[in-house]
Design a protein around this ligand. Structure first.
Ligand code: DO4
Ligand code: MG
Length: 293
């Protein structure tokens, strides 16, 4: 079961989408209200959704016809890095100008007990499905990072799974790791959506297929696939480190790292269309706009 938000007759509607892609309106104002009501009633979010939609009629639209919104206005988005071998190798490439013999911070963090976790975005910097992600004006090497996102409550428990794009500047990060916040955080540098899959409906989060496609002038320019089975860390390990001596807010999203990196010669351009698909969650589609657009 997935939860979406969309605009309907000028107002925001929360809805559940079942595995047959039928859509049912929900009365709660947003995902957090749904989770809270389930907690208050001491039932699971899935039970609450099932009780709510039991006698209601599916809406007569397809998901693709809806004007979807970001499924949660996450107060904070955090991200883990170098959690896949592919990301470690890509970071090594950009940090060493392609001299892959030197041991780097990235090799060390890949094997260290403590994972890399950084602050990625706020609600105001995050766009939803169909929204525009933006390029930085001072980078010439920018890529999307397709990532599984964990929707957490204030106790660090995973309430749902979503898709995230951790837009990144490979040149800025490669120049100096201390530039990481500038390589990762700027306006419209993060996107989330199109849905939140309720955690209890995911049998195995370590077997989710991820696919990424970038279209330029309507033609497929780059594509890649991976699986969360390649994740080096356990999800609980990442949330445990995020929680340490930290205060979490309901609805915080933790991105779990990228496992798909475009070829080294590729950089995003104005007008590109990015699609990130994760099995059971959906496809997050965003258009790229140039800096200053
Ligand atoms: O080390 C920098 C960030 C890496 C990252 O964002 C990722 O692996 O997804
Ligand atoms: Mg990333």
């Amino acid at each position: 079961m997935r939860i979406i938000r969309f605009v309907h007759e000028g107002s925001i509607q929360l809805a559940a989408v079942n595995d047959s892609d039928q859509i049912f309106a929900l009365p709660q104002s947003d995902f957090l209200a749904l989770i809270k009501e389930a907690d208050d009633r001491e039932i699971s979010p899935l039970q609450l959704v099932c009780i709510t939609i039991e006698n209601s009629k599916a809406l007569s639209f397809n998901v693709d016809q809806l004007q979807l919104l970001v499924p949660i206005e996450a107060p904070e988005v955090w991200a883990a890095g170098v959690t896949y071998e592919r990301s470690r190798d890509a970071r090594n490439y950009e940090a060493t100008d392609g001299r892959l013999d030197a041991a780097t911070f990235y090799d060390k963090v890949y094997d260290a007990v403590r994972p890399e976790i950084f602050f990625k975005s706020t609600a105001a910097r995050t766009v939803g499905p169909g929204g525009n992600v933006q390029l930085r004006s001072d980078s010439v090497w920018q890529v999307p990072e397709p990532e599984l996102g964990l929707v957490l409550n204030a106790n660090g428990e995973i309430t749902g799974y979503t898709i995230g794009n951790d837009m990144s500047c490979r040149d800025i990060e490669g120049e100096n790791p201390l530039y990481l916040p500038q390589a990762k955080v700027w306006k419209r540098s993060c996107s989330l959506g199109p849905a939140i899959r309720l955690a209890e409906t995911v049998d195995n989060p370590y077997n989710l297929q991820i696919a990424s496609r970038i279209y330029r002038n309507g033609q497929l320019a780059v594509e890649g696939t991976a699986n969360t089975s390649q994740l080096k860390r356990k999800l609980e390990e990442l949330t445990e480190f995020l929680m340490r001596d930290n205060e979490l807010f309901d609805g915080t999203v933790l991105l779990t790292g990228t496992c798909i990196v475009p070829p080294n010669e590729f950089t995003l351009a104005h007008g590109d269309r990015i699609e990130i698909e994760i099995s059971g969650i959906g496809t997050l589609v965003n258009q790229v706009i140039g800096a200053g657009s």
